[in-house]
Design a protein around this ligand. Structure first.
Ligand SMILES: C[S@@+](CC[C@H](N)C(=O)[O-])C[C@H]1O[C@@H](n2cnc3c(N)ncnc32)[C@H](O)[C@@H]1O
Length: 219
């Protein structure tokens, strides 16, 4: 794993965007949580919405590859920040350069993805990672698009979720905005059918789990 992280961090862009990564001790930061949960839950299907250069889809896909079970990451990103995700061959090469071949990229917004056959064919999503446009409204849309596909043992991550941070200017000098994902987290925290836990490190991440009546988890 250390060799893999060493290779990952040779790309400086994968040290950005608030996941508490640190080069000096090859530390994935919050990525340990993403990776660790995949090793524990052994998901078949993960959906990731939004990523700058692929830190979260790569770390999640690496978790699946390190499990004995097979699985894949569906990565939805319309490349609104720049053209990084626009060329399918370059996207594949980017992921392959880290030994990762189990990410399927869709160059679409979530709004567009929900109208596709790929979406209709989804039977369940074991882990959902939401890191697209960081408004309360978009986070809610992303969550509601997949919520019914999350099984009782499933999990939902929200990145950039713990406070009203001013965004980077990835969408343009004049397109900075204040993140309001935390306001949607406040709403979810009122829902008695959910467990919601913040990890207040760097840009922060929140883990959500649906409560269920199933008592068979410890069997
Ligand atoms: C800049 S990244 C967020 C940075 C993130 N913290 C990271 O570590 O990579 C946000 C991504 O969300 C994508 N995005 C924006 N609106 C979206 C939408 N409606 N559906 C899906 N992805 C979206 C953008 O294309 C962009 O690549």
């Amino acid at each position: 794993m250390q060799d893999w992280i060493d290779k990952l961090f040779q790309e400086p862009q994968l040290l950005r965007m608030g996941h508490s990564q640190r080069l000096d001790d090859l530390n994935l930061g919050l990525g340990w949580l993403y990776y660790g949960l995949v090793r524990i839950a052994r998901p078949e299907t993960i959906v990731v919405i939004g990523s700058w250069r692929g830190f979260s889809p790569l770390v999640l896909a690496k978790g699946i590859k390190d499990n004995l079970e097979t699985g894949k990451v569906i990565f939805i990103d319309p490349s609104l920040a720049d053209d990084f995700w626009t060329n399918p061959q370059k996207v594949e090469e980017h992921f392959n350069s880290f030994g990762i071949d189990n990410i399927e990229h869709f160059l679409l917004t979530t709004q567009e993805f929900v109208k596709t056959e790929a979406y209709s064919n989804l039977k369940k999503v074991d882990i959902l990672f939401i890191d697209g446009y960081h408004s309360k409204e978009q986070a809610k849309f992303d969550y509601e698009a997949f919520e019914q596909l999350i099984p009782p043992q499933g999990f939902i991550w929200f990145h950039d979720s713990i406070g009203p941070k001013l965004s980077t200017k990835v969408y343009g000098e004049d397109k900075a905005y204040t993140y309001t994902v935390y306001q949607f987290m406040d709403e979810l925290k009122q829902n008695k059918n959910l467990q919601v836990l913040d990890f207040p490190f760097d840009s922060g991440v929140t883990l959500v789990r649906k409560l269920s009546d199933e008592k068979s988890l410890l069997s």
